[in-house]
Design a protein around this ligand. Structure first.
Ligand SMILES: [Zn+2]
Length: 362
């Protein structure tokens, strides 16, 4: 983080920043290996956030601060305050036709592959989330008159990236989409995005149908790699009662229509509701089972994690279940929700629980 500050203040050249980023990725990989993780990621150490990586790599985006985008509107500024959103949050806003002149994450994957023998997961922002977050009435209209027209191009570039990542040896490609739960709470985050970016949501059903269509157009027919969809409620360092919440039940029929191998869902945070929503929706899909509450500083015991797995085993076969933390330990560079030491101990508790459960099924 200090290296990024130094670089932004023009005190170090990019080559020096890059050497720090390389070191940070190696540390993230080795920490995951030491914790016993089977499928590792590069920790997304090079990205400002899970969302804006797209603007860092693709032509056609500009990063704009949420305060700047509020354009002095008191109503929007007070929403930002009420949600306790970090003031440093940038939005990846489309200002010109988007183009994938270079890959988004293939370079990240190539570096990680040089430093670990483990299977690697790479996450990308979902097309539905970007169609919401990146279209602004003032800045995007000229390039794309409607969010739907932007979405078509997003699907095209993301699909090409997924295929490139598969061909470069990624084991698991995950689309991140906290936005897909917004239609359930139209008065909360969706109201904020609509006000901030000057657009109107469709009905809940139309929104969810559109989300499924975009994700399916992005991933359809891509074989020989595991593709997942991660849906959480968003994790920034605000008190639990401020952050979005709600069980998966109402959106589950749509999530099950998404043509991915794995749904990567949070179930450790009480905000997510119970895994029992699957009682009414048996599925052949894999479940990326969130067993670690990333925002709670108290480290779970392996016993608690095992009990969370046992609950999911009522509705899933053991081979369908993959243990995960609920979300990243930092969805953005400047707002980590857990420090490195706590994250490491939580991952250890998770792999110890996996060992216990595997022994029971061996
Ligand atoms: Zn998440």
């Amino acid at each position: 983080m200090q290296a990024f500050e130094e670089f932004e203040a023009k005190r170090i050249p990019h080559a020096v920043l890059k050497s720090y980023m390389d070191d940070a990725v190696k540390v993230a990989l080795k920490d995951q290996e030491a914790a016993g993780i089977d499928i590792v990621s590069d920790g997304e150490q090079r990205r400002f956030s899970f969302l804006v990586v797209i603007a860092e790599k693709l032509h056609g985006f500009e990063l704009m601060n949420v305060i700047e985008l509020a354009r002095g509107r008191r109503e929007v500024l007070s929403m930002i305050d009420r949600m306790m959103l970090p003031k440093t949050v940038p939005q990846p806003i489309v200002t010109r036709k988007i183009r994938r002149d270079r890959p988004i994450a293939v370079d990240e994957l190539a570096f990680a592959k040089q430093h670990t023998q483990k299977a690697i997961k790479v996450a990308l922002p979902s097309p539905y989330m970007l169609a919401w977050q990146a279209w602004d009435y003032q800045h995007t209209k000229k390039a794309y008159p409607s969010p739907e027209e932007l979405a078509d191009d997003l699907v095209r570039v993301l699909r090409r990236e997924i295929i490139a990542l598969r061909d470069a040896g990624a084991s698991f490609i995950q689309l991140d989409d906290p936005t897909i739960q917004n239609p359930l709470n139209p008065e909360k985050y969706m109201k904020f995005l609509s006000a901030l970016l000057g657009r109107r949501p469709k009905s809940m059903k139309e929104e969810l149908n559109w989300a499924v269509e975009l994700i399916n157009d992005t991933v359809k027919g891509i074989g020989n790699v595991t593709v997942g969809l991660h849906v959480c409620r968003g994790n920034w360092p605000a008190p639990e009662e401020i952050l979005p919440k709600g069980a998966y039940g109402p959106i589950l029929p749509w999530l099950l229509e998404v043509k991915v191998n794995q749904l990567v869902l949070e179930f450790a945070t009480p905000r997510a509701g119970p895994v029992d929503v699957f009682k009414d929706y048996p599925t052949e899909k894999q479940l990326g089972l969130g067993v670690i509450d990333v925002k709670n500083k108290e480290v779970e015991t392996p016993k608690i994690v095992v009990s969370r797995v046992k609950r999911a085993l009522r509705y899933f076969d053991e081979h369908q279940i993959y243990l995960n933390p609920d979300c990243g330990f930092a969805s953005g560079r400047t707002w980590p929700v857990a420090d490195r030491e706590i994250a490491f101990r939580k991952l250890r508790a998770m792999t110890e629980a996996a060992r216990v459960v595997r022994a029971e099924f061996a």
